[in-house]
Design a protein around this ligand. Structure first.
Ligand SMILES: C[S@@+](CC[C@H](N)C(=O)[O-])C[C@H]1O[C@@H](n2cnc3c(N)ncnc32)[C@H](O)[C@@H]1O
Length: 213
């Protein structure tokens, strides 16, 4: 089967050219993802998360599905020394890695990791957040909408990764899996929600950015 690219590889390479970073720790995190086939958001989308968080002057960020802290790295940089980032991750091994990487990047102090289901964690911790970023199991995506709505301040951003799902959401390309069905249902509900103004950006695997009204 021909590989589907959300944006053609030449354009992706061109866009990536402008977002090169110089942090060896971040480079190591990227190498780890490559070597272990771990689905991090990557430098192009990471730079975009950083920009979005800065645009809304985010000081409180909640991540649903943090892996070993790669996307959290960008949010931790964006919130600055007075901000906080809460992270959620099921696998202890990933949290241990996050501690190692983020300590070396001098960011661990402002990160709080919860080893539990992301949705239960947000429900339990509660509060009002400037940004909620979601990258959990795709089957759970439809459940995230109301929860994010309840826990974002007006003007806050609900950002979700993988909403273009390597093209499997397109007519004629649906693979019939529950994950694909969940992403399609999520997208339908998010755009229908009166409390959000939503756009999908075709960066990497598609990022939905929904501003809470
Ligand atoms: C795509 S990876 C996250 C990558 C990360 N956002 C990044 O870009 O660096 C998804 C991670 O979320 C975790 N995960 C999936 N569903 C979860 C849930 N319901 N609660 C907490 N963690 C979850 C998985 O263990 C996995 O490490």
């Amino acid at each position: 089967m021909t590989m589907y690219h959300v944006i053609d590889p030449d354009t992706a390479e061109y866009l990536s050219r402008w977002v090169r970073h110089h942090d060896p720790v971040l480079s190591e995190m990227e190498s780890y993802a490559g070597a272990n086939d771990f689905p991090i958001i990557g430098p192009l989308a990471g730079a975009y998360l950083y920009q979005l968080a800065r645009m809304v002057n985010a000081k409180r960020v909640f991540e649903l599905g943090s892996g070993y802290g790669y996307s959290a790295y960008y949010f931790l940089k964006a919130v600055g020394t007075t901000g906080i980032v809460h992270c959620t991750e099921l696998a202890k091994q990933n949290i241990d890695l996050a501690r190692e990487f983020l300590t070396r990047a001098d960011l661990w102090d402002r990160a709080t990791f919860h080893q539990q289901d992301a949705l239960s964690a947000l429900e339990k911790i509660g509060g009002s957040w400037d940004v909620i970023f979601s990258d959990i199991h795709k089957k759970q995506y439809p459940e995230t909408i109301e929860l994010a709505y309840r826990h974002l301040r007006p003007g806050g951003l609900f950002i979700s990764d993988n909403v273009l799902w390597s093209g499997r959401i397109l007519d004629g390309k649906d693979d019939g899996t529950p994950d694909t069905a969940a992403i399609k249902e999520f997208t339908r509900r998010l755009f229908a929600h009166d409390g959000f103004i939503t756009t999908i950006l075709p960066i990497r695997d598609g990022i939905a950015v929904a501003m809470r009204q």
